[in-house]
Design a protein around this ligand. Structure first.
Ligand code: SIN
Length: 520
C-alpha cells in the first residue's frame, strides 16, 4: 500500500543509502535494486573519500584541484558546495561513528592523482566503499521506515500530470508491480557496463539515465566518460581495479623494459590527472607495449591493499617482481541526469543523485575520490530537502496514455549485450574520432531505437529491458561525443585534438520532447 509519506529510491549504493538515512525519520523509504543489496559499485570503491581535513589543507585548495582536473568544465558553485559542505559532513560522519584508517592516532590521509595535498580518507586500506556501505547498512538495519526490495528491476517512471508519481518494476518472479511515491530518487549509478573493460559492476548499464530520458528529463555531459588508467588485466581478462592510491604510495607505470612511461609527460608524472595517464597508457598499448604498475616501492602491500592483493592472487598473477599488468577501462560518467543543488531533475518530484546525476561537480574529468564525497554531500542534501517538502498524494487515478502505441514484443529485434559493448568500446573509448563515432550511430540506427519509445515495456524480460537501456544511452553518448568537436578532459578526439574556446563551459544537453514513460 502506497502512503503519502512514501519516497522511492531506485538503486542501493552509497548515495541511495545516505539519502535514506536522512529520510527515515520523516518518510517511508522504499529502496529498489535489480541485484542483491550487496551488488553495485559502491561496495567496490577502493580509493577513498576526498576532504580537506588536514590543518594545512583547505576546501579552497580542494576546489582548485577539482576545477583543474575537471578542465574548468565544472560548475564552480556546485564544486564549492562539494568541498565546503563535504568537509563538515565528513566530520559529522566521524562523530556518528564511521571509522576511517588512522596512523599514530591521526587520520591517515592518502594521496591520489591531481590532488596537491594528502586528503584521501580511506578505510580498511583499499576497502573504503565496503566499509562505508557496512556503516550505512548498520545504521539502517531494522528501521521500521525502510524497506529494501532486492532483485526487483525498476524499468519505468510513472509520469502523470507533468510530474513523477512513482515507478513500475519487475519483481523477482517477473511480476509487474506499480509503486506510487510522492518523491522518486534515481540513484542507479552510471553506465560503465556499456564497455568491455570496466571497473563497474556489470549490472551498471545506465538504467536510470535511460528511464529519465524516456520520461523527458534533461541529460547532459554524456560525452564525458572517465577511463581509469589501471585495471588489472591478466591473460586477456580484466580482473578488477588497481587503485590510484597505489601510485599515491609510490607505484609507477612502466613498460616491459622498465621504462617509466609518465616521465617527461606531465609535471605530476604518475599522479597526473586520470585522463592524461589513461591516454598515455592507451598510446603505449597501441604501440604494442605491455604496461605494468610497478608496486615494488610499496612496503606492506598485502596489508595496506588487501583487495588488490586478493584480486592478483585469485587471478594467479605472479607478484614476485612487483609488476601488475594493467590496461585502461571505463570507470565513471561525469555527465548524467541534470540536477540542481538539491538533486531536483527537470521533472517535478523526480530527483537524481550519485553517478546518475549531472550536478556539474566533476566537469570534464572527475578528481580522484570525489565520487564518495559527492554521494555523501548530495545524498544528504536530497534527503534534507525532501524532508522539508510536504507529503504528496499517491492515490492518482489511472489513466490510459492514448499516445502510447503498444507494439508486440517480437516486433523489436535486439542485439546482444556483448555486441553493444563491442561497438561502444571501439567508438567511445579513450580515443575517439568522427569515423568511429558515426559507425556506432549507424550501427545503433539499424536497430530502430525509436521503436523502443513506443513499445509496451511490461512485455519485455529483464535482459531485454537492459539491452534497450544500453542502446538508448550508447546512442545519446555517441551523439554528444560527435557534437563536441574538440578535446577536453576525458573526451579526446584525434580529429579535434585540442580544447576550443567556443566550447568553454558549453554543455550538450539532450532532452526528449514528449514525456512518455509508462502506460499511465
Ligand atoms: C581508485 O581507487 O583509483 C578509484 C577511486 C576513484 O575513482 O575516485
Amino acid at each position: 500500500m502506497a502512503t503519502d509519506r512514501d519516497v522511492i529510491i531506485v538503486g542501493s549504493g552509497m548515495a541511495a543509502l545516505v539519502a535514506a538515512m536522512k529520510l527515515i525519520n520523516e518518510k517511508n523509504v522504499k529502496i529498489f535494486t535489480k541485484e542483491p543489496r550487496t551488488g553495485g559499485n559502491s561496495w567496490r570503491a577502493q580509493g577513498g573519500m576526498a576532504a580537506a581535513i588536514h590543518q594545512e589543507d583547505s576546501p579552497f585548495q580542494h576546489l582548485q584541484d577539482t576545477l583543474e582536473a575537471g578542465c574548468f568544465h565544472n560548475d564552480p558553485d556546485m564544486v564549492s558546495i562539494l568541498v565546503n559542505e563535504g568537509l563538515s559532513r565528513v566530520k559529522n560522519w566521524l562523530k556518528q561513528g564511521m571509522t576511517f584508517d588512522h596512523h599514530n592516532g591521526e587520520l591517515s590521509l592518502g594521496m591520489e592523482g591531481a590532488h596537491r595535498n594528502r586528503r584521501i580518507l580511506h578505510a580498511g586500506g583499499d576497502q573504503t566503499g565496503y566499509k562505508c556501505m557496512e556503516f550505512l547498512h548498520r545504521q539502517l538495519k531494522d528501521h521500521p521506515n525502510i524497506q529494501i526490495f532486492e532483485n526487483e528491476m525498476v524499468f519505468d517512471l510513472i509520469i502523470g500530470e507533468g510530474q513523477c508519481q512513482g515507478v513500475l518494476s519487475k519483481n523477482h518472479n517477473g511480476t509487474i508491480v506499480e509503486h506510487r511515491g510522492g518523491h522518486t530518487i534515481l540513484a542507479t549509478g552510471g553506465c560503465g557496463g556499456l564497455f568491455e573493460a570496466t571497473t563497474n559492476d556489470t549490472a551498471i548499464i545506465g538504467d536510470g539515465l535511460a528511464m529519465a530520458y524516456r520520461a523527458g528529463a534533461a541529460l547532459s555531459d554524456l560525452e564525458f566518460m572517465q577511463f581509469h588508467p589501471t585495471l588489472i588485466k591478466y591473460k586477456g581478462r580484466v580482473v578488477g581495479l588497481a587503485s590510484e592510491a597505489l601510485r599515491g604510495e609510490g607505484a609507477i607505470l612502466v613498460d616491459e623494459t622498465g621504462r617509466k612511461i609518465m616521465e617527461n609527460v606531465h609535471l605530476l608524472k604518475d599522479l597526473a590527472p586520470r585522463d592524461v595517464v589513461a591516454r598515455v597508457i592507451e598510446r603505449e598499448t597501441h604501440a604494442g607495449k605491455q604496461i605494468f604498475l610497478d608496486i615494488s616501492a610499496i612496503v606492506n602491500f598485502e596489508k595496506r591493499f588487501p583487495t588488490i592483493y586478493r584480486l592478483c592472487k585469485n587471478a594467479h598473477i605472479p607478484l614476485e617482481k612487483g609488476l601488475i599488468p594493467i590496461t585502461t577501462g571505463a570507470h565513471f560518467l561525469m555527465g548524467g541526469i541534470v540536477t540542481d543543488s538539491n538533486g531536483r531533475t527537470t521533472i517535478p518530484n523526480l530527483y537524481a543523485v550519485g553517478e546518475a546525476a549531472r550536478t556539474g561537480v566533476h566537469g570534464a574529468n572527475r578528481l580522484a575520490s570525489n565520487s564518495l564525497l559527492e554521494a555523501l554531500v548530495f545524498g544528504e542534501r536530497i534527503g534534507e530537502f525532501i524532508c522539508k517538502e510536504p507529503n504528496m498524494p499517491t492515490n492518482y487515478a489511472r489513466k490510459e496514455n492514448q499516445k502510447l502505441k503498444k507494439l508486440l514484443k517480437n516486433t523489436v529485434k535486439l542485439p546482444s549485450k556483448g555486441e553493444i559493448q563491442y561497438f561502444v568500446s571501439r567508438s567511445l573509448g579513450v580515443v575517439r574520432n568522427e569515423q568511429n563515432l558515426s559507425k556506432l550511430i549507424q550501427w545503433l540506427e539499424k536497430w530502430d531505437i525509436q521503436s523502443h519509445f513506443k513499445i509496451d515495456r511490461t512485455l519485455w524480460r529483464k535482459e531485454e529491458l537492459e539491452i534497450s537501456n544500453m542502446m538508448i544511452i550508447a546512442f545519446l553518448m555517441g551523439k554528444s561525443a560527435l557534437e563536441r568537436t574538440e578535446s577536453r578532459g576525458a573526451h579526446y578526439r584525434t580529429d579535434y585534438s585540442l580544447p576550443l574556446q567556443e566550447w568553454d563551459r558549453k554543455q550538450i544537453t539532450l532532452q526528449k520532447k514528449e514525456r512518455v514513460a509508462s502506460n499511465q
